[in-house]
Design a binder for this molecule. Structure first.
Ligand SMILES: Cc1cc2nc3c(=O)[nH]c(=O)nc-3n(C[C@H](O)[C@H](O)[C@H](O)COP(=O)(O)O)c2cc1C
Length: 182
């Protein structure tokens, strides 16, 4: 069993990114892994805005991340990068907290023109936080994510396949970490 933390960085109340995070969480739990979801928009706004390093709520998220084998970080593309609210959260993380963890990036965006933001904007911050194994990642166009009236999320077949592949890669990488080959 792997321990995975998902961090979703959209400020939107009806977030496609968050719905993908919940879909991934459900997939992981169904495969008997532990999967905790941190929705940054649910954290106290003042702690984020004023960089409150003493916040007990923020400290709880740090404990979850420290205990995790792998982290999936999700964000919508905002102005060619990940969101400001996610940056505010990442700014509060202890130095090198991602060391020894597998990190998988997921970005949703309105235009494929910003596909590379995953490389130039998203991945460098994970490296700065100590990650050495950063997976390829997934970029999802917002038109490929739909809901029904019950709030169930539907991903385009091609997107679901790419996410499933990425999930397999993540789980294989965490297994290798648990049972290293000599
Ligand atoms: C303020 C703002 C800025 C955005 N900037 C971009 C952008 O630069 N590039 C892009 O591809 N999409 C951009 N989008 C579109 C969102 O990335 C896209 O709709 C995403 O799926 C929204 O995710 P969410 O529903 O989880 O918030 C922007 C949306 C907003 C609200």
């Amino acid at each position: 069993m792997s321990n995975i933390v998902l961090i979703s960085g959209s400020p939107s109340p009806n977030s496609k990114t968050a719905s993908i995070a919940k879909w991934l969480q459900k997939e992981l739990i169904e495969r008997n892994h532990r999967a905790d979801l941190i929705e940054v928009r649910e954290l106290p706004a003042e702690d984020l805005l004023y960089a409150n390093f003493k916040s007990s709520t923020i400290a709880h998220t740090h404990a979850l991340i420290k205990a995790a084998d792998a982290i999936i970080v999700l964000s919508p593309v905002y102005k060619g990068s990940y969101t400001g609210i996610l940056k505010a959260f990442l700014d509060l993380l202890p130095e090198k907290i991602f060391a020894g963890k597998i990190v998988a990036p997921v970005l949703t965006g309105g235009t494929i023109a910003h596909l590379l933001s995953i490389e130039y904007a998203f991945k460098p911050i994970f490296s700065l936080l100590g990650a050495r194994e950063i997976l390829h990642g997934v970029f999802i166009l917002d038109t490929n994510v739909q809901w029904n009236e019950k709030g169930d999320v539907f991903l385009a077949k091609e997107v679901e396949e790419r996410i499933q592949h990425s999930l397999e890669d993540l789980l294989k990488a965490t297994e290798r970490k648990e049972f290293p080959t000599i």
